[in-house]
Design a protein around this ligand. Structure first.
Ligand SMILES: *Cc1c(COP(=O)(O)O)cnc(C)c1O
Length: 362
């Protein structure tokens, strides 16, 4: 167990912060005349309420999230994409130039970018060849239980992305729980792809461990990448700090409306997930038949990591045909690999047909 309280893990200026209170924070009922926020009385674009500040607490959206995902409104922060929530965690917990974070490699690139922006150094724990977590290495070289002190800096955040991007595999929930229990800082479990996973969510861990943050997004399974909605779920102190540090109006009314719409389309979302999962297996088994494909890694997400003879040639050849995939071959642990998102049935067919045409030169 951590010997530090959540307050002690925070930057001092955050644990003592007096938060800004906006007009719409101080009044949240229903009025008939709003002359409290210096807004314009007119909306020049239409009757969409664009002239009014949005709900800074995202109350209606949180109710919808509760219905669909089962989290309580008081456990939730809504962000402008997961990106904002990741950045918030850095700004709440990590002291620039002093603290560190711990993450797996390869994994999602954003953690490192936000670490750099916040002047926080990164310790990497390379995944094993089968992309499972190397527990011994995490304990020894990576100092899961590190010996530093709060005064001199410690690993404040540990990022576990499950299913992991770009490798596609999930980590066992008991393993994540055990790691989070032993880690002294805050464990962030990024579940961007959990809707495609057969292993499911780590949410039960929240009940045993108040130093866990789960991240969700509406960018993938819910089809709202353009809208920018991320969701963090955690314990009261962490959720309170995230509310205090976020911009008051971080998510616009238009975003909130779109998010509510997608969550209310849950049946269609689930039907589409089923199609994507079927397609994932179909595309994977078809890819295995190509001579230039060395390995299609098992996936618990909506994409496939594929090791091929010449990833850069494959990338360029597909690009010429207007098909864009992601070349991941320069990432440590991903040599020879490209990442392919599962599209619609006809998009996947087009990919497979194009690869058949190109097989001779690949
Ligand atoms: C796509 C993705 C996200 C989503 O980020 P948003 O900012 O919510 O669009 C988060 N984490 C991982 C690992 C991802 O691959």
């Amino acid at each position: 167990m951590s010997e530090y309280t959540i307050k002690q893990l925070m930057r001092k200026n955050i644990s003592t912060l007096v938060p800004y209170s906006s007009a719409r924070n101080e009044f949240s009922g229903k009025g008939s005349i709003y002359i409290d926020a210096n807004e314009n009385y007119r909306d020049f674009v239409g009757e969409k309420g664009l002239n009014r500040y949005p709900d800074p607490q995202h109350i209606e959206l949180k109710r919808e999230i509760e219905k669909v995902m089962g989290f309580l409104p008081q456990q939730i922060v809504v962000g402008n994409g997961s990106d904002e929530l990741i950045d918030l965690l850095f700004r709440i917990f990590c002291v620039p130039g002093k603290d560190k974070i711990l993450m797996m490699s390869p994994t999602y690139g954003a953690y490192k970018v936000f670490a750099d922006i916040n002047d926080i150094s990164v310790s990497y724990c390379p995944l094993k060849d089968d992309f499972s977590i190397d527990l011994e290495r995490l304990e020894s070289q990576c100092h899961l239980i590190n010996t530093g002190t709060i005064e001199h800096g410690i690993h404040k955040l540990l990022f576990i992305c499950s299913p992991n991007n770009p490798t596609g595999n999930s980590f066992p929930l008991e393993q994540i729980g055990e790691i989070a229990k032993r880690f002294r800082g805050i464990t962030v479990i990024d579940e961007a792809y959990v809707d495609f996973s057969s292993i499911g969510s780590a949410k039960a861990l929240l009940e045993q461990n108040e130093r866990i943050v789960i991240l969700r997004t509406l960018s993938k399974a819910y089809g709202l990448a353009n809208v920018r909605i991320g969701i963090a779920i955690s314990s009261p102190e962490i959720i309170e700090a995230m509310h205090h540090v976020k911009y008051p109006y971080n998510v616009s009314g238009i975003q909130q409306e779109a998010a509510i719409g997608a969550l209310r389309a849950q049946k269609e979302v689930e039907a589409t997930i089923k199609i994507i999962l079927n397609e994932r297996e179909r595309v994977a088994s078809n890819l295995r038949n190509f001579s230039f494909v060395q390995k299609v890694f098992p996936s618990d997400a909506n994409f496939l990591l594929v090791r091929v003879d010449d990833p850069t040639l494959l990338y360029n050849m597909l690009l010429k045909k207007g098909i864009i995939i992601r070349n991941r071959s320069s990432l440590r642990g991903c040599y020879g690999c490209v990442r392919i998102t599962i599209g619609s049935v006809s998009e996947n067919n087009a990919l497979l047909e194009t690869l058949t045409q190109l097989e001779e030169i690949l």
